[in-house]
Design a protein around this ligand. Sequence first.
Ligand SMILES: *[C@@H]1O[C@H](CO)[C@@H](O)[C@H](O)[C@H]1NC(C)=O
Length: 123
Amino acid sequence: MTRSIVPSMLIVAAAVIGLCSVAPAAAEGEMPQMGGGWEHIRDVNDPHIQELGRWAVSEHVKVANDGLRFVKVVSGREQAYYGVSYELVTEATNGAGKSAAYGAVVYELENKTRELMAFRPTN
Ligand SMILES: *[C@@H]1O[C@H](CO)[C@@H](O)[C@H](O)[C@H]1NC(C)=O
């Protein structure tokens, strides 16, 4: 009895691994990994996404004191991993009124605590 169970479990395990490698989207929720599972944000006008961009610019200004003003989030991607990480391409104007794009990385924990992980001009 036990002899026949072991090989059949190996076959099932191999099938699961095979499925994961051809369908990464299906594995995202169950096996989150850093660097994998990024999803394009389809509705960039979602108020929450725009609010995250506004918050990122204000956090950046607190530290850099460079007078940047938030305009809008233009695109981004997100990844769920003990909360959600966001990489947002955010348009902002500098003190001279010149507009430019900035990459903001915001990590929002499940309890809604936020951290600005990175903020820099995109080129
Ligand atoms: C939110 O969760 C993080 C990580 O577990 C913790 O460090 C932080 O204190 C929490 N913040 C609040 C407001 O509960």
